[in-house]
Ligand binder design. Structure first.
Ligand SMILES: [Zn+2]
Length: 569
């Protein structure tokens, strides 16, 4: 009883609460010092400056409960931030995390909710009692002593002055230091601002892109039969393809496919669907990502050049660029949205039926974009269970202890994608004429591969496994005969370092013989002007950064090296 009385008394003391609240508010800042790669001075500033600002705010009021509640937005962001640190192990709350709530079907962001229980318990224990004490303090009209408040104000201003000095020192000590990126919670507030700004730009897209034209023309004969198919895979990583040396046979169909060239050294410039796919479908890449708001997709380029166009997707609407680009086509279907049952899960194979129907229409010039659901978690739902090649494929829960069955299930999805692509190439071959199929995946996936125990994709900092993607060019026999220079160039470029985000679009234009001022042949692997470039990645602020600058780690660079992938050719 006496202990309880002591505790009650301690928490009843307003001065104790004042300092307790300050400590609670600063916890995320301290945590970020351990997770973020920052200079020593930047870490000091990341704690000292926000602490001093909270100190100043808290010391302005006589009731510390009010002071704490006034800083509730900081508490709210802090809780969110700590949960994300637990989930990803690092990084502040990204713009993409806010946007994922309104754009991508949010399953991508919240697949791991079940695993968050310990983090949710921690933030509840940290913040809820503090908020309760603050509420009691207000309800009982408790007051801090005048003397204490005066002294606190004096100390707070001194702390603020030291905090500002540490900020100047952080700028002085690291030329890459930026307040908007490195000082919590200013960086998260900036990200919220960016999220609003991007949402507004996306909303205005129909207006800002309305007058856009590729001024595209075909350089091919008007009466020849041509079919080009651009396939965008989902979550397929190159290192699980036997075509790229994976010891398990996961791509038996494509290995036998004549006219196929598989590029082994290809990286994506983004690990999220909603950013990667628009780059694959447009001339936009990490270096000029924000020009996306003024551009249309490759569908419009082919349309302007006289092609009939079709866009078939096995994904849900993302209320952003993938939908806008799809809608440019003469025929546009999102089969998952058409599913009669909610949560319906059509197989990618359904898309082949749509392709067969379009081919039956007999358009002389046909361009098709397919957006697969490929290897997206939950893997076991991506292939017919009766046809699983690698077993056991259960349990398939998102836990490291199930890695073996998760990898089995994942390999089955690759095997299924292989069958899909082989059948598609077979259909195009049967159709005859100039035909080509290009395939790449939007990004890869982590499957508890190393000691970091990373899983899924779209994490704030990409891993090797999330960005090494397959990239295929298949040309029909007629095409190879009619365009030997292109066939030769594709083979000559095979072992070069390629960015899928930068090259998929230009390669498709090159293969399709589409001329436009937006075509850049130094990015097309279908011509002999192709040039390797420095690797970049699209960061959360939509800037192109080198792989070490975005925070990729030693484990990732080791894997890149092991797979012979150059970062700075
Ligand atoms: Zn994706």
């Amino acid at each position: 009883m006496r202990l309880f009385e002591k505790i009650r008394k301690w928490f009843g003391n307003q001065e104790h609460l004042f300092y307790l609240f300050l400590v609670v508010l600063t916890v995320p800042n301290v945590a970020l010092c351990f997770t973020e790669p920052m200079s020593w001075m930047a870490k000091v500033c990341n704690v000292l400056l926000p602490f001093s600002v909270y100190y100043v705010v808290m010391s302005r009021v006589r009731n510390c409960g009010w002071g704490f509640w006034m800083l509730f937005p900081v508490v709210f962001l802090g809780a969110f931030q700590l949960v994300l640190l637990y989930l990803f192990g690092r990084s502040i709350i990204a713009v993409d995390m806010f946007l994922n709530l309104v754009t991508t079907n949010s399953s991508e962001a919240f697949e791991l909710l079940d695993n968050l229980v310990p983090a949710l318990v921690f933030v509840t224990v940290l913040y809820v009692p503090a908020l309760v004490f603050a509420t009691f303090s207000i309800a009982y009209k408790r007051r801090l002593g005048v003397k204490f408040v005066h002294a606190a104000r004096r100390r707070a201003w001194i702390a603020l002055a030291v905090g500002v000095c540490s900020l100047l020192a952080a700028y002085g000590g690291d030329r890459r230091y930026e307040l908007k990126a490195d000082l919590y919670p200013a960086n998260v507030c900036y990200n919220i601002y960016l999220a609003f700004q991007r949402t507004a730009c996306t909303r205005n897209y129909p207006l800002t892109s309305a007058g856009f034209t590729y001024r595209a023309e075909s350089s091919r004969q008007a009466d020849g039969k041509e079919v080009y198919v651009m396939v965008i895979g989902e979550t397929s990583r190159a290192c699980n393809w036997s075509l790229y040396g994976y010891p398990r046979q996961t791509t038996p169909g494509l290995s036998r496919c004549e006219g196929l060239v598989a590029f082994p050294y290809v990286l994506s410039e983004s690990n999220t669907t909603h950013k990667s796919v628009p780059m694959l479908l447009s001339p936009v890449s990490a270096g000029d990502y924000d020009s996306l708001y003024y551009r249309k997709s490759i569908v419009t380029a082919f349309k302007e050049a006289g092609f009939h166009t079709a866009f078939f997707s096995n994904q849900r609407y993302n209320h952003s660029f993938i939908d806008f680009f799809g809608m440019e086509a003469d025929v546009c279907r999102f089969i998952k949205e058409e599913s009669p049952v909610s949560g319906g899960n059509p197989s990618d194979a359904e898309l082949l039926k749509l392709v067969a129907d379009v081919l039956k229409d007999g358009n002389e010039k046909q361009f098709i974009v397919l957006h697969l659901y490929g290897s997206h978690f939950n893997y076991r739902e991506r292939y017919p269970l009766g046809q699983a090649v690698y077993l056991p494929d259960t349990p398939a829960d998102a836990e490291a202890k199930y890695k073996n069955s998760l990898v089995n299930a994942y390999d089955n999805t690759i095997w299924f994608t292989d069958r899909f692509l082989s059948e598609l190439a077979g259909m195009l071959k049967m159709h005859g004429g100039d035909a080509a199929m290009l395939y790449t995946s939007d990004h890869g996936e982590d499957i508890f591969d190393d000691g970091r125990l990373l899983f899924l994709h779209a994490s704030p900092v990409p891993s090797y496994y999330q960005i090494h993607v397959p990239f295929l060019v298949w040309l029909s026999e007629d095409y190879r005969r009619n365009h030997p220079a292109i066939w030769q160039a594709v083979q000559d470029n095979r072992l070069k370092n390629v960015s899928s985000s930068a090259s998929f679009f230009h390669t498709m234009l090159g293969v399709g013989g589409i001329g436009t001022p937006y075509r850049n042949d130094s990015l097309s692997v279908a011509g002999n002007l192709f040039r390797e470039r420095r690797r970049v990645y699209l960061n959360d602020h939509n800037e192109a950064r080198t792989l070490d600058d975005v925070g990729m780690q030693e484990e990732d660079f080791e894997m890149l090296q092991r797979h012979g992938i150059g970062c700075w050719p």
